[in-house]
Design a binder for this molecule. Structure first.
Ligand code: 13P
Ligand code: SF4
Length: 304
């Protein structure tokens, strides 16, 4: 099937099924092009919780589709690629977290949205990279067990010195692997460019940055800045929107390795098949939905 026919079919099925296609900014360009909304984890959660659609086709990774289901349990949520997971989310299990909670009974428990529904069900409140600071500051307790991203945890600890952040040993395989010497080389090559990095990068990379922010915050920063050259320190999928927003500006990738293989699994074909075959449907136990929705809804309340 050629691309035009595929897109026509997708749009027809979407209308027939009252479906929306949501895509994370790390998706391939073809998928971003046909999506009803493209955004970061927070923007997509907000969109899904307010959507009037019957079906959500979630072009992203597993924990994101689960979050959409938790926020809208009455909707059909489809993940076009069943094996699109997030290695960082797998670095914390509900069982391990229950053990840690016994060790730190005095601590509030905050989970990055990059975690399973079972883990969210064990937490007091959830956060994304764009609202982590607001979420942490909304908590009365000083001690905060923060799972699973130790790099986002370090960022939060630096920005909120009044809190005692207890870290977890998790990290994003894509952002964490970037080395300081690569970044220094890139800065040397493009001395007049601003360096914008995601807080999933290691602290030593964050320290080199002119700006640290979530996917959407990086996109907005570049769009609104008077500057016209940027080194981008997050997954390369953001280039699609950066170039669309500011065709006259120049963007360099901080490293050639900034590709999330799981985010790249979804194609136009998989979106087409998701709608045609109603696959792969996300189903969660009622009890998990109820408990996990508490931490997600609390996040949406704190950071509207
Ligand atoms: P944000 O969408 O919050 O920027 O997070 C990035 C990410 O790694 C998603 O998996
Ligand atoms: Fe997970 Fe990192 Fe990929 Fe996001 S970019 S889905 S955190 S591996």
């Amino acid at each position: 099937m050629d691309k035009q026919t595929m897109v026509r079919n997708i749009n027809r099925m979407k209308a027939e099924q009252n479906a929306v296609i949501v895509a994370h900014s790390y998706q391939v360009d073809d998928v971003q092009e046909i999506a009803d909304i493209v955004g970061d984890s927070f923007a997509l959660s907000q969109y899904c919780s307010a959507s009037a659609a019957d079906t959500i086709v979630f072009c992203g990774v597993h924990f994101m589709a689960e979050s959409a289901k938790i926020l809208s349990p009455e909707k059909t949520v489809l993940l076009p690629e069943i094996n699109a997971g997030c290695p960082m989310a797998d670095m914390v299990t509900a069982e391990a977290l229950r053990e840690a909670k016994k060790k730190y009974p005095q601590a509030a428990v905050v989970c990055y949205i990059n975690s399973s529904a079972e883990v969210k069900a064990e937490c007091d409140i959830c956060c994304t990279s764009s609202n982590a600071l607001a979420v942490i500051r909304s908590i009365d307790k000083k001690d905060i067990l923060f799972v699973p991203d130790k790099n986002l945890g370090s960022y939060v600890a630096k920005m909120c010195p009044e809190k005692n952040i207890i870290f977890w040993e998790g990290y994003c395989i894509t952002h964490h692997k970037i080395r300081k010497n690569e970044v220094l080389a890139s800065k040397e090559l493009h001395p007049d460019a601003l360096l914008l990095v995601h807080p999933e990068c290691q602290p030593e990379i964050q320290e080199l940055a002119d700006y640290v922010g979530s996917t959407k915050q990086i996109i907005d920063y570049a769009k609104n800045s008077d500057h016209d050259k940027f080194i981008i320190g997050t997954e390369m999928g953001v280039l699609y929107q950066l170039k669309n927003d500011s065709p006259h500006k120049t963007f360099y990738m901080m490293s050639t390795g900034l590709i999330c293989p799981n985010m790249k699994k979804t194609s136009l074909q998989s979106v087409h098949d998701a709608l045609a075959l109603k696959r792969y449907e996300i189903n969660l136990e009622k009890d998990i939905i109820e408990r996990a929705s508490h931490s997600l809804s609390r996040m949406l309340e704190v950071a509207k």
